[in-house]
Structures are given as C-alpha cells and as structure tokens.
Ligand binder design. Structure first.
Ligand code: UT7
Length: 322
C-alpha cells in the first residue's frame, strides 16, 4: 500500500456569473478583446457572505461522495489557497471542523496558482511514507476579493471556485511522480504588495490588490509549463504520446494553446475550462480535473499530467494514472 491513488474528485463554482458584457460596463474594454486575448467569456464570483472555506466544503463533500467515503475516513487535509478566510487559523482546520473529522493534520499551502499541485505533492509523500491513508487535497480561492476592479489588465482574468481530490493508499500507482519548483526572483511580476508583516498601511491605496505584468508573466508561464511537462515525462521514460490528458493551470487560452503546441500535444487532449471558469488560482487544476472526470472524458486507467504555475513564481507537475 505504498502509492496514492485518486479515489474521487469534486468541485464547486459560486452561483453568480460575471460576463464579459458585465465587464464592459465596469471598465474600458470590449468582450471581443477579452475573448481574443484570454479566451475567458465568463467567471463565477463568490457571494458577499461566501468564503473560501464555504467553497472548499462544497467541493470536498462532492469529492468524498465520489470516493464513496465519509469525512471520518480522512486522516489528512491539505488545502492550497491565497485567499484564506482569516490570517489564522488555516482554512484547512476550519474545513476539518465543518466536516467533523478531527485529529489528523490539517494545513494550508501558499503557492498561489500552484497551491493545489503543491498540496498534491505533499499529500502523496504523506501517503507513500504511510503517515496518512486517506487525504483530502483541496484548491480553493475567492481570488476576486483581491482584484482591483479598476485594473483592466487583471480583473478580466480571474474568478472564484474550489476543487478537491480524495487520495487514498493503494498497491499500485496512482500518482507516478510529482515535482515542484520555485524562483523568488520573479516576485514583482505577479504579487500583492501589502501584507501582514510588511504592513497594510502602504502609500498606495491599491496595494492590497493583485498587480501583474501580464505579458512578462505570459512568457515565463508558457516556457515553464512546457519544461516541467518534459522534465517529469523524461524522468519517467515517457513521452507526450503516453499521456491521455494534460490538465494545466487555467491561466489563459493562449497560454494553453502555446504550451500544447510546444509540447506537440493535440489541443483536444488538454482540458480547457478557461472559457467558463477564468483563472481561479489554486482551484483551477482540480476544477478542470473534476469537470473532465464528470463529463466522461477522463476514464479509469487514463494517464494524467497535472500542471501548475503561479506567483512567486512557483510551479509543479503531477503525473498519475487515474
Ligand atoms: O496564474 C498566472 C496568472 N497570470 C497570467 O496567466 C497572466 C498571463 N498574461 C496574460 O494573460 C496577458 O498578458 C493579458 C491577458 C493579461 C494581457 O494580454 P496581452 O496580449 O499580454 O496584452 P498587453 O498587456 O501587452 O497589452 C496590450 C494592450 C495595451 O494597450 P497599449 O499599451 O498597446 O495601448 C493594454 O493597455 O491592451 C491593453 N489592454 C486592454 N485593452 C482592452 C490591457 N487590458 C485590456 C483590456 N481591454 N481588458
């Protein structure tokens, strides 16, 4: 029982939808520009009283149902988020409380849009070393709460949501390999300047919101997503032809298309939810995974490559048999 397999997936998107036509009323943009440059047509926005933990709970309950498990079966919770309900305690501990499965470790991981992939890598290591048997791994963000709605370069891209996976110990993979990376030199290409320790009382009023140098992020994202896919495949003596589905971070349709092209991967084998989800940060990969599992594209036995990329920069890949 030394591997971790995906026992079930779940996701949740808030009810409210913000369309490109709505954005035309808010900022100087056009629906055509947004679709052409990003592929996003609509995104979901959490209700004012709906928090990251609320989204995470709904996605987690669906993942548990899909796995045929009860919350009490879970002995580890790891949750990727950049938009926790509180500075502390972590969302993971509050999710544990809501599910009523006390005692096992529960913690958040902060790797921005790579948060879920980081959480999967860590949970896999817990299970492989027999420190846990059944892990709930979640990516959840209310990222639109840290968006400057006057900044047309960022507010068009992001949405809210949550995705979850139940990993359980198994005799065969499951997760074949996972790899993480980071390069802190890129901090200011994508960040929120304000913070707990550096202070909220910044000179600029908008310092508590996401700032991004979009075209520079774009270039690093495409290069990195290609490189991490190649590295993990080479290390496991596999090629793109051995992968049934690539589930990348849903940053931008053009990033996905450029990555597929560079990898020599037919675009039909890349799960793309950009049109209806936008970029949901840590939720983007598990949301896309759950969509493709539930619509029947991903079948048991398929080989999956999950890829994350986000602020920091951070990145990571998980290679798995579903
Ligand atoms: O998880 C990772 C998160 N981040 C990303 O993945 C972001 C990656 N980057 C991107 O998705 C793209 O860079 C953007 C969609 C953000 C921007 O697209 P772009 O093709 O890189 O455009 P740009 O930033 O080079 O801007 C081109 C023009 C500029 O006008 P000028 O200077 O040429 O006159 C912008 O001011 O487009 C203008 N522009 C807009 N026009 C209409 C920027 N945002 C908008 C907008 N509507 N919403």
């Amino acid at each position: 029982m030394n591997y971790a397999r995906i026992a079930g997936t779940g996701s949740y998107l808030p009810e409210k939808i913000l369309t490109n036509a709505d954005l035309e009323q808010l900022i100087d943009t056009t629906a055509d520009w947004i679709v052409e440059r990003t592929g996003v047509e609509e995104r979901h926005i959490a209700a004012p009283d709906e928090t990251t933990c609320d989204l995470a709970e709904r996605a987690s309950r669906r993942a548990l149902d899909a796995a045929g498990l009860d919350p009490g079966d879970i002995d580890l919770i790891i949750l990727g988020t950049t938009t926790p309900d509180h500075i502390f305690p972590s969302v993971a501990t509050q999710l544990q409380h809501r599910l009523g499965c006390y005692g096992g470790p529960a913690f958040d991981v902060q790797a921005v849009c790579t948060g879920f992939v980081y959480a999967m890598d860590i949970a896999n290591r817990f299970i492989r070393t027999q420190a846990a048997k059944r892990a709930l791994v979640v990516g959840a963000d209310t990222f639109t709460r840290i968006i400057n709605w006057k900044d047309r370069g960022t507010c068009i891209l992001f949405g809210d949501g949550a995705g979850a996976v139940v990993l359980e110990a198994a005799e065969e993979p499951g997760i074949i390999d996972s790899r993480l990376g980071a390069d802190g030199r890129y901090k200011e290409l994508l960040w929120v300047p304000a913070g707990v320790s550096s202070g909220y009382e910044q000179t600029r009023q908008d310092a508590a919101f996401v700032e991004m140098r979009g075209s520079e992020v774009f270039k690093v994202a495409v290069t990195t997503l290609k490189e991490i896919a190649e590295q993990i495949l080479i290390a496991n003596r596999m090629t793109v032809a051995d992968v049934d589905w690539v589930i990348p971070h849903q940053a931008n349709r053009r990033i996905l298309a450029a990555t597929a092209k560079r990898l020599g991967l037919p675009e039909e084998r890349m799960v793309d939810c950009v049109r209806t989800h936008g970029n949901t940060s840590a939720a983007s990969v598990p949301l896309a995974l759950d969509v493709a599992v539930r619509d029947g594209r991903i079948q048991r036995g398929d080989t999956l490559l999950l890829e994350g990329f986000g602020g920091g920069f951070t990145w990571g890949a998980v290679l798995a048999k579903y």
